[in-house]
Design a protein around this ligand. Structure first.
Ligand SMILES: *Cc1c(COP(=O)(O)O)cnc(C)c1O
Length: 397
């Protein structure tokens, strides 16, 4: 019986730790809090400098705790190899900096994580890379945006602000037809709910800060793909640009992943209950949750994901003022921008994250005045609903 043939929940607990500490037999992966590794002689030193797989030499190049995390995540995504980084953004930038050169072109979805958006529109153009933004949930848009020099097609699914999905298999088919690489930020789903590599995606990226870590106490990222590419990123941009993960952060994410399966089950069940409650609420205009039959891509969600996730967006009636009042009235839900924590987090883009964005521009991005995002946690869903209920009472009709 080999670990690689086992089920997801087993891999989440056990993968990456088969070679437990041979000195003590420790079952939990040790935190290798060291910068340097002694070598026996100069030949061994030379071998490790030339080939990272020959042994550890310096923690910016590789670290055993980092490696354990990488093996675990690679197993969960069904990938050959993974690379762990110091944040989700570091994973995204390490990947793109490695594979792109001046003169290349990227097709990206128009709504990607804010820092990714900045990287694409402000940083890459400085180095001669152009990015075209389209709505990739319509695969025809992807086909149209492709150019001779397109190198990567990139999107998130599910994605902000309305928990939109992209048909992964369809986009892969288009990309393969043109010999272009696809990369997916799968953070909102986690490997528990969808595995893009299994339908032909080349690279999967996660902000491990979110569901993988799962407790809102650590920052990290991962890139999963073919071993050759992962080693190239490790030895190229990661090693030389330095976006590495700290051993303690890697350890916290390993610890988080052990409970990923049971946490995701609870996130999904809770989100479904809260989404149903919101959909029936007279002060709510619309609910966006892939698990509701009213979600325009509910059928795709059923095909592509094994559960509908913990992220909900909804529009409160009464726009900006109603949104502000609702957020200022919640007590259990925490006002915060992140997602994927055990704690339920709520945010109102128009009055919080996007307060400096001109209204017209914000509306064009689909962020309406009353749009609220909920990252449903793993508390008892009845308490989450009760909190929203008492907060809605403060919102005038
Ligand atoms: C949070 C997030 C990121 C960035 O992760 P950090 O750890 O904050 O750098 C990237 N993509 C998505 C979809 C995210 O939610």
């Amino acid at each position: 019986m080999q670990l690689k043939d086992m089920y997801f929940d087993t891999l989440a607990v056990r993968a990456g730790q088969e070679n437990y500490d041979p000195v003590t037999g420790a079952i939990a992966t040790p935190i290798y809090q060291t910068t340097n590794y002694a070598v026996a002689n100069v030949d061994e030193g030379a071998a490790r400098c030339v080939d990272l797989e020959a042994g550890y030499i310096y923690t910016r190049l590789w670290n055993p705790t980092q490696k354990a995390l990488e093996e675990k995540v690679a197993a969960l995504e069904g990938g050959e190899a993974a690379l762990a980084t110091g944040s989700g953004v570091a994973a995204i930038t390490a990947f793109f900096t490695e594979v792109l050169k001046s003169g290349d072109h990227v097709v990206s979805d128009g709504t990607v994580y804010s820092a990714t958006q900045y990287f694409f529109s402000e940083i890459l153009p400085k180095f001669g890379v152009e990015v075209t933004f389209v709505d990739t949930s319509n695969p025809g848009n992807v086909e149209q945006a492709i150019r001779q020099n397109t190198r990567v097609i990139y999107f998130e699914t599910p994605a902000n602000p309305t928990i939109k999905l992209v048909d992964i298999a369809k986009v892969v088919e288009i990309a393969k037809g043109h010999g272009i690489m696809t990369a997916v930020d799968s953070t909102f789903a986690s490997p528990y709910l969808q595995r893009p590599l299994s339908v032909g995606v080349d690279v999967v990226i996660h902000a491990a800060t979110k569901y993988l870590g799962g407790h809102g106490d650590v920052q990290g990222g991962v890139v999963i793909g073919k071993k050759d590419l992962i080693m190239k990123i490790r030895e190229g941009t990661l090693k030389n640009m330095g976006g590495i993960i700290d051993p303690f952060a890697a350890w916290l994410i390993i610890r988080g992943i052990k409970t990923l399966a049971i946490r995701m089950e609870k996130h999904c069940a809770n989100a479904m209950a809260v989404a149903r409650y919101l959909e029936a609420h007279p002060k709510v205009d619309r609910v966006y949750y892939p698990g509701l039959p009213s979600h325009p891509q509910h059928e795709l969600a059923k095909r592509q994901m094994s559960g509908f996730g913990g992220m909900i967006a909804f529009e409160v009636k009464g726009g900006l003022e109603a949104g502000k009042t609702l957020l200022n009235s919640v007590r259990l839900c925490r006002l915060a921008v992140s997602l994927g924590d055990a704690d339920t987090l709520i945010q109102h883009a128009a009055s919080m994250t996007h307060v400096l964005v001109p209204r017209e521009e914000r509306l064009k991005a689909g962020i309406t005045d009353g749009l609220i995002r909920l990252s449903v946690g793993i508390e008892d869903h009845r308490d989450i609903v009760a909190d929203l209920e008492q907060a809605f009472k403060q919102v005038c009709c």
